[in-house]
Structures are given as C-alpha cells and as structure tokens.
Write a protein that binds this ligand. Structure first.
Ligand SMILES: NC(=O)c1ccc[n+]([C@@H]2O[C@H](COP(=O)([O-])OP(=O)(O)OC[C@H]3O[C@@H](n4cnc5c(N)ncnc54)[C@H](O)[C@@H]3O)[C@@H](O)[C@H]2O)c1
Length: 270
C-alpha cells in the first residue's frame, strides 16, 4: 500500500463553494496543491484575481466561476448547468457563509422572524440543495465522490456565552439552527447515498483566527476568553481546517462517511 498516494488528488475535480473566504481560500489551495483541478464558486470578486495569479504561479489548476447561492435561479438552474460540464465531480466542498446584512442581530433579543427565515434559507437550505444536486449528479454519472459540508462546533453544542464577556458579541439563534440542520442532513445523505459509494461528511471548525469578512478582525478579549477555555489554549488556523478537509476529500478517508470531523482544539470534549 502506497499510503502517501492515498492523499494525492491528481486527476480529481473539486468544487469549492465559498472558495475565496477565510477558510475557503485555504481549502481551495490545499486541494489544488494536492493535484486536483479546482472550480471555485463564489461571489467574492475582489480576492479572485490575486488568488488565481498565485495559484497559476504554483502551476495549480484553479478556475473561478461567479456564483450566488442566495439567488434561487442560480441554485436551481445555473448550478446544474455548471455541474453538467464536468461528468466526473470527485469532490464537493461547501464552505460558503451566506448571510444578510443584519446577521449580527440574530441574538434572541435582536432577531426578528424575517432575519431568521432569510438566513436559514440562504445558508441551510442552499447547503442542502447544492449537496443533493451534486450527489444526484454523481449517481447519474456512476461516480463515487466525496461531499464535505462546513458545520461548526455551534451546530452540535450550545454556545458558551462566557467567551463573549467584555465584548459586543452575542449568541446567534440562526447559526445554531443552520449548522445543526446541516450536520444532521449530512448523516441522512451519507446513509442514503452510501449505496452508490458516495461519502458525505461534515467538518466542524471551532473558532478560527483571522479577518472575518464583513466583521473585521476578531475582538482581542474574545480571543483571550476563547483561548483560556480551549484545551489547546488558542484559536485554530485556516490551514489547519484545510488539512482536515483535504483528508476527508482524499482516498485516505475512503471508509469515513456521515461523520463530523471536529477541528476545534478540543473545545467540545470538555
Ligand atoms: N471562521 C470561523 O471561525 C468558522 C468557525 C466555524 C465554522 N465556520 C464555517 O466555515 C464556513 C466558512 O467560514 P469563513 O469564516 O471562511 O467565512 P467567510 O465569510 O470568510 O467566507 C465565506 C465565503 O462565502 C462566500 N459567500 C457568501 N455568500 C455567498 C453566496 N450567496 N454565494 C456564494 N458565495 C457566497 C463569500 O464571498 C466568502 O468568500 C462557514 O460555513 C462558517 O459557518 C467558520
């Protein structure tokens, strides 16, 4: 057995939705550096050119396709049209983070029904619908692939509110609902599509350091509170999440399906 070869993605095609975000960029890079042809679907145009240039200088095969998963027409029709250009879709990762401008008001005291409904629709429902379409495409083309959905520690446990003390941050009702839904749909999809050799898994990151799109840098007090509570005493890095995603995408994880891979420095075990 050539173990290293099991982690090689040469000859594989990988779709990364949200592939230009904080985590998506590293995920796209990891897949491309491991040899996959990567198709990024995102609406983040300002990061596109620099990233494609960097990938091309590394001789990596990365394509960008403008895509808005919050647009019903695009999710129902354009996505299928894009998929049909690639008979063999080996890897599908969704690490997009669609949210409304009033997302930060989704605490129990700040949220209204419209905010809840819109965010659940543009995040949870789109994750579900894209993954179903990809799985159906794999079945139709008799192709065994790997689907990876981005969840969060806060999709499997409640939020520890003590880490927000001394900051403006609050719990987010919509986030718990969305990520919990994504995580459990992963289990059902793994159960149903397993008969065709399709693997479906969730990656569950904990707090990751870096600039959060639309929110700026993370609060220093939050970082300190969060680090104290985590067994590894720090936030995670995007490359650490990308490495775990690469593992799930590769043949190295050929018997792993329906799981949540926690990448949280131990946060959820205490
Ligand atoms: N960063 C963290 O600390 C953290 C922790 C746990 C889980 N997560 C999860 O990881 C995933 C990625 O998070 P991130 O921090 O990289 O987010 P991010 O905001 O940095 O990136 C998200 C990407 O999604 C794209 N996107 C947003 N709306 C879109 C739409 N309608 N259509 C297509 N693309 C769209 C954005 O353009 C961006 O490139 C999310 O699902 C998030 O919930 C993140």
């Amino acid at each position: 057995m050539d173990y290293l070869e099991r982690f090689n993605l040469k000859g594989k095609t990988a779709f990364v939705v949200g592939g230009l975000g904080l985590l998506g960029l590293e995920v796209s890079k990891a897949m491309a550096c491991a040899g996959a042809k990567v198709i990024i679907l995102d609406l983040n145009l300002h990061k596109k050119d620099a990233f494609l240039k960097e990938m091309s200088s590394l001789k990596c095969d990365v394509i960008f396709q403008a895509f808005d998963c919050a647009d019903e027409k695009q999710i129902e029709f354009s996505f299928n049209e894009i998929l049909s250009r690639y008979q063999a879709v080996d890897i599908f990762v969704n690490c997009s983070y669609p949210r409304t401008p009033n997302w930060s008001q989704a605490s129990f005291s700040g949220i209204d029904y419209k905010n809840l409904r819109e965010n659940v629709d543009m995040h949870m429902n789109t994750y579900a619908w894209l993954a179903k379409q990809v799985a159906d495409h794999m079945v139709k083309n008799h192709h065994k692939g790997s689907i990876i959905q981005f969840g969060s520690t806060y999709g499997i446990i409640g939020q520890d509110l003590t880490v927000y003390e001394g900051t403006d941050m609050k719990e987010n009702m919509a986030y718990a609902l969305i990520k919990g839904g994504i995580t459990n749909l992963t289990r059902l999809m793994a159960s149903y599509y397993g008969q065709w050799g399709i693997r479906v898994n969730t990656i569950c990151p904990g707090g990751i350091s870096g600039h959060v799109a639309g929110q700026g840098d993370q609060d220093a007090v939050f970082i300190e509170n969060y680090s104290k509570k985590t067994p590894l005493k720090r936030l995670g890095r995007a490359d650490e999440v990308a490495s775990a995603t690469l593992f799930l995408a590769s043949d190295g994880a050929s018997y792993i399906s329906g799981t949540n891979l926690m990448v949280d420095g131990g946060w959820t075990i205490i």
